[in-house]
Design a protein around this ligand. Structure first.
Ligand code: AMP
Length: 651
C-alpha cells in the first residue's frame, strides 16, 4: 500500500470527531491493505510501531526532530523553531516547510507503508555511538521522498503523537466491519439498501424482502432490480451464525435480518470475537490478520503466547460489604492490597512480568523474577498477584508511592530493589502447562494456584482468603485489612470463570471506603428538558478560591424527582431554593450567586481544562444539602488539589 493512502485516511480521521465515521475510514483502510501490509497498517493507524506490550520507542526527542526537519527541508533551525513556537506541532511545521521545498527538489519515489514502517521501527534498535546520525538518516530518507501531508504524519508517528483520535474501540469495530458482513436489521435501512445497492453480496433471512414488499416498504420492481443487480443468498434465520458473516468465506457485504435481537446478537458475536482475540494477544495487528484469514473460529481460538500480556479481569465496585456478600452464593473475601498488580509469565526458565496496563516490568523487578523462577512449580504458567513495597526496618507494607518508584525506575535497579524489597500476594492462575484456565471456576483456579506455588512467608505467598457469608465475620476481616493499612477487601465469586479484560457482573466486587465527600457551592445550573422541564436539572459546582468560587464539575444525578423519605430534597425544591439567586441566563444555562452548599460524593478528581478550578469531579453524586454551612465554609481548591495528588499514580 502506498503511504499516501494512509496519510489521506489520517487527514480524514483528524477532521471528524464522529465515531462511526472514524470506524468506517479505518475499516476501509484495513480492507484495502494487502495481507502483507495488514499488521503494519493496523499498528500505524493507532500511531504505533509496536504492539501495546512492547515498550520500544523511536528515541527521537524534540531537539533532534528540530534539526532533522531543518536539514531535510533546507530551512534554518531558527526558522523551524520559530514556526514550532507558532504552531506547537512538528507535524504541522514539516507539512508547511516541505510544501515550500517541493518546488525545488523533485520527488524521488513514492513511499510505501512498508518502507515507512520499517525505517521507523529500525529507529528503536539504534543505540550507542553515532546513533543520532543514524537515526536522522533513516527519518530524513523518508522525509525527502514525502509529500507534505505524508511528512506531517511521519513526524507525528516518530514523536508518538499522531493526534487522529483512533482509540481501541474504533480499531475493534473497524476490524469487525472490514472482515465481516455488516448486519442490518432496521426495516427502513434494509429497504434503502435494497433500492440503491449494486454489485454487492447479500446474505438475507429467507423471505425478508418479500415481506417488506408486502408491507409496501419496497415495490416489486425495486425488488426485482435488487435481485438482478446483486448477488443474494437466502438462509433460514435460525441457521445464520457469526461464521456466515465472515467475508473470506461468504463474500457477504451485508446480512439482512428482520429483528434487532437476532441481528444485534450476530453483530455482538463478531465484535466480541475480535475483542476476545485482543484481550488474549494485546495486539490488534495480529487480531486483524486472524480476523481476515481465519474468521470467528480463528479469533476465538487465538492462543495465549507466554511472554505477551493478557488483558486482566477487573473488579466492579460494591456499594457495601453487605451488598457484596449477598451478590454471590459462595463469596470469597480477600484482602485488597494497596500495591500494583502483576501478571507473571513463566515459560521454562524464562520469566516475564507485566502490569495491568500491559507494560513490561520484567527488568525493574529482578528480585521477583528470581522468586518466580524458584517458587512457581509448573513448567509453564501465568499467575496474577499484587506486589507490595515493604519497609525494611518494620517489615510492614509501604504506601503505594514507594513501590511506584520501582515500577518507573530504569537505572540502578538493583540498588533500589535492595532499598525497597517487595512482597507478592498471588490471587489467580489463568494458564497452566499449555492450557488456559479461563473457563474454570475461581474455586478450582485457587486450588491449582495453591498446588503451583512454593510459598515463602511474607515474600511470595497467596492472598489471605476467607470463605464466609456471615456478615460479622466478613466485617472483622474488612476491619483487619483496613487496620493493616490496606485498601479494603475483594469479594469474589467462587463459582465464576475468568473473563479477560472485563469488569463483569458476578465476578469480583471491591469494597473500600469511598473518597471523602466534598462540600461545594452551587454556582450555576442548566434548565432541564423533557420530563425535567421547569426544573434546574444539572447543577454546576464550585469550590472556594482566594478570589471567590471556581467551577469544578457538573452534577446531574442523585437528586430525586419525588420525595421518598423525609428529609429528601426534590428537584423541584432545589429549583425553588436556587431560583432567587439566579443572576444571569443564556441558552438554558444560568449563573447562580453562591449561597447553597451541598455535600457531594464522587469517584475521583481529574484535571480538567473545562472548569475554572482546573479540576473536575468524576461522577459527582448529590448526598445532601449542608444547611449548616455557608458558602465561606465550603471546601477550597487546595483540598481538591490535595485529594487529586493523593489518588494520583494509583491503579
Ligand atoms: P481497582 O483498581 O480499584 O479497580 O481494583 C482492582 C485492583 O485491585 C486489581 O487490579 C489489583 O491490582 C488490586 N488487588 C489488590 N488485592 C487484590 C486481590 N486480593 N485480588 C484481586 N485484585 C487485587
Amino acid at each position: 500500500m502506498e503511504y499516501s493512502k494512509l496519510a489521506d485516511a489520517y487527514a480524514r480521521l483528524e477532521k471528524t470527531a464522529a465515531r462511526l465515521e472514524k470506524t468506517a475510514i479505518v475499516a476501509t483502510v484495513l480492507q484495502e491493505a494487502s495481507d502483507h501490509d495488514l499488521q503494519e497498517v493496523t499498528l500505524l493507524l493507532q500511531g504505533r510501531l509496536f504492539p501495546d506490550w512492547d515498550e520500544r520507542e523511536t528515541g527521537i526527542a524534540q531537539s533532534l526532530m528540530l534539526r532533522l526537519i531543518a536539514s531535510s527541508t533546507g530551512y534554518t533551525e531558527g526558522k523551524v523553531e520559530q514556526l514550532y513556537k507558532e504552531l506547537g506541532d512538528f507535524g504541522l511545521v514539516v507539512e508547511k516547510l516541505a510544501g515550500g521545498k517541493r518546488q525545488q527538489t523533485l520527488l524521488t519515489r513514492k513511499l510505501t507503508v512498508s518502507k515507512v514502517f520499517h525505517n521507523l521501527q529500525e529507529l528503536a534498535a539504534i543505540d550507542g555511538a553515532g546513533s543520532q546520525e543514524r537515526k536522522s538518516r533513516l527519518v530524513s530518507e523518508l522525509l525527502s521522498s514525502a509529500e507534505p501531508l505524508e511528512a506531517k504524519y511521519i513526524v507525528r508517528t516518530v514523536l508518538g503523537d499522531l493526534r487522529i483520535g483512533v482509540e481501541k474501540g474504533v480499531v475493534r469495530d473497524a476490524i469487525a466491519r472490514a472482515f465481516f458482513a455488516e448486519v442490518v436489521w432496521d426495516a427502513k435501512e434494509t429497504a434503502g439498501l435494497a433500492k440503491e445497492a449494486a454489485g454487492k453480496f447479500f446474505l438475507t433471512e429467507k423471505g425478508l424482502l418479500e415481506r417488506l414488499a408486502e408491507k409496501g416498504k419496497l415495490d416489486q420492481s425495486a425488488l426485482q432490480s435488487f435481485r438482478e443487480k446483486n448477488d443474494v443468498k437466502e438462509m433460514d434465520v435460525g441457521t445464520i451464525t457469526a461464521e456466515h458473516l465472515w467475508k473470506k468465506k461468504s463474500k457477504a457485504d451485508y446480512a439482512l435480518i428482520s429483528d434487532h435481537e437476532t441481528g444485534g446478537a450476530l453483530k455482538k458475536a463478531v465484535v466480541e470475537g475480535v475483542e476476545w482475540a485482543w484481550f488474549l494477544s494485546s495486539d490488534y495487528g495480529k487480531v486483524a490478520a486472524v480476523a481476515k484469514e481465519k474468521g470467528i473460529t480463528g479469533l476465538l481460538d487465538i492462543e495465549i503466547a507466554l511472554g505477551r500480556p493478557v488483558n486482566v479481569l477487573l473488579a466492579e465496585k460494591a456499594p457495601s460489604l453487605k451488598d457484596a456478600l449477598e451478590a454471590f452464593a459462595r463469596p470469597a473475601l480477600e484482602v485488597k492490597y494497596d500495591g500494583a498488580r502483576v501478571q507473571i509469565h513463566k515459560n521454562g526458565g524464562k520469566i516475564a512480568l507485566f502490569t495491568r496496563r500491559l507494560e513490561d516490568i520484567t527488568d525493574q523487578f529482578p528480585d521477583l523474577v528470581k522468586m518466580a523462577k524458584e517458587r512457581l512449580k509448573p513448567d509453564s504458567c501465568i499467575v496474577e498477584g499484587e506486589i507490595l513495597g515493604i519497609d525494611k526496618s518494620s517489615g510492614k507494607p509501604l504506601p503505594f508511592q514507594a513501590l511506584s518508584q520501582r515500577i518507573r525506575r530504569k537505572y540502578e535497579i538493583t540498588k533500589l530493589a535492595e532499598a525497597i524489597p517487595i512482597q507478592v500476594n498471588l490471587f489467580d492462575i489463568i494458564y497452566l502447562d499449555g492450557r488456559p484456565l479461563f473457563s474454570k471456576s475461581l474455586g478450582e483456579r485457587r486450588r491449582l494456584l495453591e498446588k503451583s506455588v512454593r510459598v515463602e512467608q511474607d515474600k511470595f505467598q497467596l492472598t489471605e482468603q476467607l470463605l464466609t457469608k456471615d456478615e460479622s465475620k466478613a466485617e472483622q476481616f474488612y476491619r483487619k485489612a483496613l487496620d493493616a493499612g490496606q485498601e479494603g477487601v475483594m469479594v469474589k465469586n467462587l463459582d465464576a470463570a475468568y473473563q479477560p479484560g472485563r469488569r463483569v457482573a458476578g465476578g469480583w466486587l471491591k469494597v473500600k471506603p469511598t473518597l471523602e465527600t466534598l462540600d461545594l457551592v452551587i454556582v450555576g445550573a442548566v434548565w432541564g428538558t423533557g420530563k425535567r422541564v421547569g426544573w434546574l436539572g444539572s447543577l454546576i459546582l464550585g469550590c472556594k478560591t482566594e478570589q471567590g468560587f471556581a467551577e469544578c464539575g457538573m452534577m446531574g444525578t442523585g437528586i430525586k424527582e419525588k420525595k421518598t423519605v423525609e428529609g429528601d430534597v426534590t428537584l423541584e425544591e432545589m429549583t425553588e431554593m436556587l431560583k432567587p439567586h439566579i443572576y444571569f441566563e443564556e441558552a438554558g444555562t444560568v449563573k447562580i450567586r453562591p449561597k447553597v452548599v451541598i455535600e457531594v460524593a464522587y469517584e475521583e478528581i481529574q484535571q480538567s481544562p473545562t472548569y475554572g478550578s482546573g479540576y473536575a469531579l468524576r461522577f459527582p453524586r448529590f448526598v445532601r444539602v449542608r444547611w449548616d454551612k455557608g458558602p465561606d465554609e465550603a471546601d477550597d481548591i487546595e483540598r481538591l488539589k490535595r485529594i487529586y495528588e493523593q489518588q494520583k499514580g494509583r491503579g
